[in-house]
Design a protein around this ligand. Structure first.
Ligand code: ATP
Ligand code: ATP
Ligand code: CA
Length: 220
């Protein structure tokens, strides 16, 4: 089933979202004020149009109301991003995802009702920082200000042991939600307490940041 998306702003971020949605077979309306950007997406998106998204009349003419999910990826021009989001909201778009430029921008976007605010540079920066601090942290997904999901490469302190003998839940307050094994990264999404952790395994752990951090310090 094809779903309808619109991507407003075809910079590196919006362009990448548009490309990937299209590659996955989704219907995408691509919008940018710059002709060269729009031309770049003519053969990629279902429709690519030169338009200024801050113009309400233009948004209506494009039939944006019929689109389920709009991604606002206008970068530098924070004012245009906020105004566009506000109008999309007023037009009753069901789901609006907006790229924020900074924390103030993010606050305003949430206030005016953006359903999802993303901050790719900041979030990727955090991920990279975590993986730099510990080369065993393979991935880091922030769930809230103080909870995360991390992927941790099994260290030699863990290999050969089981969840029950490490007593992870009791000792660290974290849950191992999955174990990925071997080269193929075959994934076991409900590991048994008696499951033995093998060399090359990756643990996917959910918990409070302070608990995960304790786990990392002692077992990674
Ligand atoms: P990235 O970092 O993802 O490359 P950016 O955050 O630096 O992008 P910009 O290059 O500032 O973002 O803007 C992204 C795109 O948004 C640009 O291609 C720009 O032409 C487009 N854009 C800016 N204002 C509007 C607008 N009012 N309506 C539609 N598109 C717009
Ligand atoms: P609990 O008494 O903590 O509810 P349980 O009765 O479910 O545990 P088991 O499932 O046998 O007992 O697990 C025993 C212990 O093994 C748990 O207390 C926990 O410390 C650890 N453990 C088991 N599964 C996990 C998991 N997925 N993540 C983290 N720790 C686990
Ligand atoms: Ca940028």
């Amino acid at each position: 089933m094809k779903r309808e998306f619109a991507v407003i702003g075809l910079g590196r971020f919006g362009g990448s979202v548009c490309r990937e949605l299209s590659r996955e077979g989704m219907e995408v309306l691509a919008i940018d004020t710059t002709e060269s950007k729009v031309n770049e997406f003519r053969n990629i998106a279902s429709h690519a149009v030169i338009a200024d998204a801050t113009d309400e009349k233009v948004l209506k003419e494009l039939g944006i109301r019929n689109i389920d999910h709009v991604i606002v990826a206008i970068g530098e021009d924070i004012q245009a991003s906020i105004l566009t989001t506000l109008m999309l909201k007023e037009l009753g778009i069901k789901k609006i995802t907006v790229k924020a430029q900074n924390d103030y921008h993010e606050k305003v976007l949430i206030k005016i009702g953006a359903d999802q605010v993303i901050h790719p540079e900041r979030d990727m920066g955090k991920k990279i920082a975590h993986s730099i601090i510990s080369s065993n942290i393979l991935d880091h997904l922030e769930l809230s200000d103080d909870h995360s999901i991390v992927e941790i490469k099994a260290s030699n302190k863990i290999v050969g042991r089981t969840l029950v003998d490490l007593d992870i839940r009791a000792n660290y307050g974290c849950n191992v939600v999955a174990i990925k094994s071997g080269e193929s990264k075959e994934i076991n999404v409900s590991p048994m307490a008696t499951e033995r952790i093998l060399d090359g395994d990756t643990l996917v752990i959910i918990g409070a940041d302070k608990d995960i951090s304790r786990f990392e310090k002692q077992l990674v």
